[in-house]
Design a binder for this molecule. Sequence first.
Ligand code: GUN
Length: 282
Amino acid sequence: MSALILDGKESARKVKSEVSAAVADLDYRPGLATVLVGDDPASHTYVRGKRSDAAEVGILSFHHEHPADIRQDELEDVIAGLNEDNAVDGILVQLPLPEGLDSERIVSSIDPAKDVDGLHPHNLGLLLLGRPGLRPCTPSGIMRMLEDNGVGVAGKTAVVIGRSFLVGRPLALMMATKGVDATVTMAHSRTPDLVEVSRRADILVAAIGVPRMVNAEYVKPGAAVIDVGISRVEDGLAGDVDFESVREVAGSITPVPGGVGPMTRAMLLVNTLEAARNRRGS
Ligand code: GUN
């Protein structure tokens, strides 16, 4: 039997129409500042997508592009200006930054109230404490996609492969939060018996960045498989999951492209709306 395809584009459309309706009810337009440094083509594509999503739902976007040789202090000044700018509700610095720039310090210089990526230590701290705050977009997009598709999380065994601060760690925390109630294992490249560990998962998340690493052997029959990876390979784009073999075993699976990616983008809009409402008190 072939798995149910978890359609991220469809879920993202739903999220975007909710944001769009909420924005139309405001007496101002939320503003999103995008900061792009250097000439990485993938980063340019991602930021273009984020700006066009913003326009689609009525969010203003303010774009700032800088050469790869911008100095750390110059970039921090750009962020300081955006922190002060009242038209800007959210600030997104596209990652990774070029060599030589300290991205942790850059992200930490963003006003936490405008941190629509949810990556500032303040917001990551709120997540750790289980308190409300801006959450990282990819993990919250995954949670929303599971919910939209009726994939229950409470009481389930989840295995997240990958421990990045962008995806693996925050997602593991979210799934284990009181009220969400999965039992979570955070696995990684040094986990012994990774195949065996993965096969225990009712919900298996691959966020490793190794194309097609997770094959059918890793998957318990009927499991929900979430593929966060996206890599350029000879025959196009590939996720971390070997889609063709895993779809024969899994109960449900996200495609690449068209799975997690569109949800990451959609949740940025949700966060921008939330940041705007919190800042402007409506
Ligand atoms: N690069 C890859 N994913 C992300 C993300 O979610 N936010 C930012 N700012 N950069 C990224």
